[in-house]
Design a protein around this ligand. Structure first.
Ligand code: MGD
Ligand code: MGD
Ligand code: MO
Length: 762
C-alpha cells in the first residue's frame, strides 16, 4: 500500500476527501459532486494536528489533591486510562449511591460530529441509561422558542421544517420574499448530521434568474447576497415592524378575511390589541417607525406590495433567539394569515429557511438506523438554556410550557460533544455556576474552555479517526466514513470508553456484548430494512463503506407548506386545540404569564429598556467554522484580526470612538468584557456591532471582569431566557459599548494546552 491515499469523510458542513500521509491526516478537500463545497474543511487538518488536542486522560490538580483552585483556573495532571476510568467508576458509584441518579446531569447539549454510531450524546446517554439514568436537557439553542411555541399555534416545529415549501416552488411561484433575519448563505454551509450537496446557492441563483424580489430585514446587509432591498430595522424590533405592516393591511382592507375566518381562530382578539383597544396604543406604521427606525412610508409601501404579490415571509431562527423570541414567531404566522396565502405555491410563511442548507431543499426518504439510546428512568430535566440556573438554584422551582418544575441537585456533570463555555450566555455566570458540582467530566477532542472547567478530561477520537457512516437528519444521502488515521495520542472512540467503564461497573447492557464493528453492521442493517420499505435497495455494508456517497431521491420535490390544510381544513386539521391556526391561544392565555400573552404581543428588548449601553450586539453564526469547532484551524484563524475574532463596527460608530479598521477593541457591558479585532464596515447597521459566535473563550482572570482575550460574545450576552413559556436562549439581545484598546494586547492562549503538573506519586 502506498503511504499516500484518499478516503471519504462526512461532517455537518458536507462530505470531503481525506488526504493522508503515513499515519497523519494532511488535508480534507471537496467531494467532486458537491456544487458548492464548504471551506470549513480547510480547518480540519490543522485543528486535529494542533497544539490544543487532548492527547491523554487528565485530571484537575485541585480535584485530585483536595485543593482550592477553582475550575477553569487550575492545572491538570495527565494520568493513565485505567486511573481516569477507575475514578469515574468510583464517582458514578458514590454519587448515585449517595444522592441518586437524578443528581447526575448529562444534558450534554452540543453538535458533536456527524456519524450515526459515534454520535457523542447518543453514546453517553445510552451508557448512563444502562446505569440508572441521568438528568437530561430539553430543546436546543437553535430554535427553542419555536419548539415550545409552535405546537400551541400551528403544530410541532420539526414537522414545519420538514414540510417547508421547496425552493424550486419558490423560484417558480414567488414574486416577493420578505426575510426577517435575512438568508445568510454562510449558514447554509451546514446541516445537522451532514449532507452530500450544498444546493442553496443554486436555488437562490434560480430565484434571482426568475425575478423573485428579496427584502432583507436584518441588522446585517450581508445576511443576503447582492440584489436584495435592505431594511436595517433595529434589532429586536421585528414584531413592531410586522405589526406596522399588519395595521396597514387592516387599515386598507388588504387583509384576507375569508382566510382568517376559515383557517384561524382568535383574529378579533389580536385585532383589538393591534388597534389599541386593549392597551391604548394603536400599532400603526408611525408607531412601528418609532420602534424600528424604518420610515412609516416604507412600512406602508412594503405592506401594500406584500398584499398585491405572491409573497413568502421567512423568519431566520436567529430572530427568535432574542428577548421574547416567541413573539416574532407568533407575529409572522399572524401576518401571513392576514395575507391569506398560507398553503398556496410560493406564498405564506416558513420559519427556518437559511438556518441550514437542507430546509426547503431536501428531506430524508426514510429514517436512518441509529445507536439506540434506551430508556431513561430519571424523569428530571431542565430546559437546555437553564444550565446556570440549575447549578445555582438546586431544588428551586421553574416555569416551563405552563407547568411548574423543580431544578434537580446536580452533583455530577458530564459533557460529551458540546461546548457550553462557548454556547451558553453570560459565561462569567456559567464559570461561577460550574463551581457548584462535586465532579465534572468532559469528553473532548480539544482543550476547549469546557474541558478546562472539568475535573476529568477524556481524549476522544475525531471523526476521521474512527469507522462510521454519515446521514444528515434532513438529507437524501448516505456517506461512508472509513477510518483514515489512528486516533491522536491515546484518544479513544467513546464506545470503547463506556465499554471499559461498564466492565468496571458490571453488566453488559451498554455493549450487549457486541463490538463496534458488529454495532455498525447492525445499524446499517436497520437502515437497509427501512430502505426496503421505501422500495430502495442499499448495498451491503462492506461494499458501501468501500464505495462512494449513496444518493436517494427527494421524497417530496414539489412540497408546499400546509397545502393539505388549505385544501381541506376539516379533513386535514392542524394538531392544535381548535384544529386551526391559533392567532389567539386560550391555552397560553390561561397560563397567565407576564412575558407571553394569549396572542402576539410587542415587548421591547430588556437591555434597551434598561438603557445601560448604546450599541446592540449581534453574535450570529460564523462563516469560517461550525460554532466553536475547529476555531484553531488555519481557515478560521486566517480571518482573525491581530489574533482576535472580528467585530463589525459601523463607520459612524467607529469614528465617534476613534476606532480604526484592524485595531484591537474592547467590547464591554455590566456582565463582562472581551477583546476583538475591529472591522469597520457599513454592511452592519449603525448603532449595532456584530461579533461572530464561537471564538474559543480565553478568560484573563487577572483582568477586570475576567476579560476574554479572544472575542467570545457570550461574555457579554445575558442568560435570561426569552420568556417563562419556553425558557429559550436569547443571545441576540444584548447591549454593549466598544472602545479602542490602548494597553499592550495580551497573547491569546486559547489554542494552547493547559498547564500540566506532575501528579501525586502513587
Ligand atoms: N452568542 C451566541 N451564542 C450562541 C449562538 C449564537 O448565535 N450567539 N448560537 C447557539 C446555537 S444555535 C448553537 S446550536 C450552539 C452550538 O453550541 P455547541 O454545539 O456546543 O458548539 P460546538 O462548537 O459545535 O461544540 C461541539 C463540541 O463538541 C466537540 N466534539 C466534536 N465531535 C465530538 C465527538 O465525537 N465527541 C466528543 N466528546 N466531542 C466532540 C467539539 O470539539 C466541540 O467542542 O451555540 C449557541 N450559542
Ligand atoms: N457556517 C456556519 N453555518 C451554520 C452554523 C455555524 O456555526 N457556522 N450554525 C448552524 C446552526 S446550529 C444554526 S441554529 C443556524 C442558525 O441560523 P440562523 O438562526 O439563521 O443564524 P443566526 O446567524 O443566528 O441569525 C441570522 C441572522 O439574523 C440576524 N438577526 C439577529 N438578530 C436579529 C433581529 O432581532 N432581527 C432581525 N431581523 N435579524 C436579526 C443576524 O444579522 C444574523 O446574521 O446556522 C447553522 N449554520
Ligand atoms: Mo444551532
Amino acid at each position: 500500500m502506498s503511504d499516500s491515499f484518499t478516503r471519504l469523510t462526512s461532517s455537518h458542513w458536507g462530505p470531503g476527501i481525506v488526504r493522508v500521509k503515513g499515519d497523519k491526516l494532511v488535508g480534507v478537500t471537496a467531494h467532486g459532486d458537491d456544487p458548492a463545497p464548504s471551506e470549513i474543511n480547510d480547518n480540519i487538518a490543522s485543528s486535529l494536528n494542533g497544539r490544543a488536542r487532548v492527547l491523554r486522560p487528565a485530571i484537575r490538580k485541585s480535584w485530585l489533591e483536595n485543593g482550592t483552585t477553582p475550575r477553569g483556573r487550575d492545572s491538570f495532571v495527565e494520568v493513565s486510562w485505567d486511573t481516569a476510568l477507575d475514578h469515574i467508576a468510583a464517582e458514578i458509584t458514590r454519587v448515585r449511591g449517595t444522592y441518586g441518579n437524578n443528581s447526575i446531569f448529562a444534558g450534554s447539549y452540543g453538535w458533536a460530529s456527524a456519524g450515526r454510531f459515534h454520535h457523542a450524546q447518543s453514546q453517553l446517554k445510552r451508557f448512563l441509561n444502562t446505569q440508572g439514568g441521568f438528568v437530561r436537557s430539553e430543546g436546543n439553542y437553535s430554535f427553542n422558542a419555536a419548539l415550545g411555541l409552535m405546537p400551541f399555534i400551528v403544530g410541532p416545529y420539526r414537522a414545519h421544517v420538514a414540510a417547508a415549501t421547496r425552493w424550486s416552488v419558490i423560484a417558480e411561484h414567488t414574486d416577493l420574499m420578505v426575510m426577517f433575519g435575512g438568508m445568510a448563505e454562510r449558514n447554509t454551509q451546514v446541516s445537522d448530521g451532514g449532507f452530500a450537496r450544498h444546493r442553496m446557492q443554486g436555488n437562490l441563483d434560480a430565484c434571482q434568474k426568475n425575478g423573485v424580489e428579496f427584502v432583507n430585514v436584518s441588522p446585517l446587509r450581508s445576511d443576503f447576497r447582492n440584489g436584495a432591498q435592505w431594511v436595517p430595522a433595529r434589532p429586536g424590533s421585528d414584531v413592531a415592524l410586522m405589526m406596522g405592516l399588519a395595521h396597514t393591511l387592516l387599515d386598507g382592507g388588504l387583509h384576507d378575511q375569508p382566510f382568517l375566518d376559515r383557517y384561524t381562530v382568535g383574529f378579533d382578539r389580536f385585532k383589538s390589541y393591534l388597534m389599541g383597544e386593549t392597551d391604548g396604543q394603536i400599532k400603526d406604521a408611525e408607531w412601528a417607525a418609532a420602534q424600528t427606525d424604518i420610515p412609516a412610508q416604507d412600512i406602508r409601501d412594503l405592506a401594500r406590495k406584500m398584499a398585491m404579490k405572491r409573497t413568502m415571509i421567512s423568519l431566520a431562527a436567529g430572530v427568535q433567539r432574542t428577548d421574547f423570541g416567541e413573539q416574532p414567531l407568533w407575529m409572522i404566522v399572524t401576518l401571513a394569515a392576514m395575507l391569506g396565502q398560507i398553503g398556496l405555491p410560493g406564498g405564506g410563511y416558513v420559519i427556518g429557511y437559511g438556518v441550514n442548507g437542507n430546509i426547503g431543499n431536501m428531506e430524508r426518504p426514510f429514517p436512518w438506523g441509529a445507536l439506540p439510546q434506551g430508556d431513561n428512568p430519571v424523569p428530571d430535566f431542565i430546559p437546555v438554556a437553564m444550565i446556570s440556573e440549575m447549578l445555582l438554584n438546586a431544588g428551586k422551582p421553574f416555569d416551563y410550557l405552563g407547568e411548574k418544575h423543580k431544578f434537580p441537585d446536580a452533583r455530577m456533570v458530564w459533557w460529551a460533544g458540546g461546548n457550553p463555555f462557548h454556547h451558553h450566555q453570560d459565561l462569567n455566570r456559567l464559570h461561577a455556576a460550574f463551581q457548584t458540582p462535586e465532579t465534572v467530566i468532559v469528553n473532548e477532542i480539544n482543550w476547549t474552555a469546557t474541558a478546562r472547567h472539568a475535573d476529568i478530561v477524556l481524549p476522544v477520537a475525531a471523526p476521521q479517526e474512527r469507522l462510521d457512516f454519515g446521514a444528515g437528519k434532513s438529507d437524501n444521502a448516505l456517506i461512508p466514513m472509513p477510518q483514515a488515521v489512528p486516533p491522536a495520542g491515546e484518544a479513544r472512540a467513546e464506545f470503547d470508553i463506556y465499554a471499559a467503564l461498564e466492565k468496571r461497573l458490571g453488566g453488559t447492557d451498554f455493549t450487549k456484548g457486541k463490538s463496534q464493528d458488529t454495532w455498525l453492521r447492525d445499524i446499517w442493517k436497520v437502515t437497509q430494512d427501512h430502505a426496503k420499505g421505501a422500495q430502495i435497495t442499499l448495498p451491503d455494508w462492506d461494499d458501501f463503506i468501500a464505495g462512494d456517497v449513496v444518493s436517494l431521491p427527494d421524497p417530496a420535490p414539489n412540497q408546499i407548506f400546509l397545502a393539505d390544510f388549505r385544501a381541506d381544513p376539516v379533513a386535514n386539521p392542524l394538531p392544535t386545540p381548535s384544529g386551526k391556526i391559533e392567532l389567539f391561544s386560550d391555552t397560553i392565555a390561561k397560563f397567565d404569564l407576564p412575558d407571553c400573552k394569549g396572542h402576539a404581543t410587542w415587548f421591547p428588548p430588556r437591555d434597551l429598556t434598561a438603557k445601560t449601553h448604546p450599541l446592540f450586539l449581534i453574535s450570529g453564526q460564523p462563516k469560517t467554522r461550525l460554532h466553536s469547532q475547529l476555531d484553531n484551524g488555519d481557515y478560521s484563524r486566517s480571518h482573525k484580526i491581530q489574533g482576535r475574532e472580528p467585530i463589525l463596527v459601523h463607520p459612524d460608530d467607529a469614528a465617534a470612538r476613534g476606532i480604526e479598521n484592524g485595531q484591537i477593541v474592547e467590547v464591554f457591558n455590566d456582565r463582562g468584557r472581551c477583546l476583538a479585532g475591529a472591522k469597520v464596515t457599513d454592511e452592519v447597521r449603525k448603532g449595532c456591532v456584530f461579533l461572530w459566535t464561537g471564538a474559543w473563550y480565553d478568560p484573563d482572570f487577572d483582568a477586570p471582569q475576567a476579560r476574554d482575550r479572544h472575542g467570545n460574545p457570550n461574555v457579554l450576552t445575558h442568560d435570561a431566557r426569552t420568556s417563562s413559556l419556553t425558557q429559550s436562549p436569547a443571545s441576540h439581545s444584548a447591549m454593549v459599548d466598544v472602545a479602542k484598546f490602548t494597553e499592550t494586547p495580551p497573547n491569546v492562549q486559547a489554542f494552547e494546552p493547559p498547564d500540566f503538573t506532575k501528579g501525586p506519586s502513587k
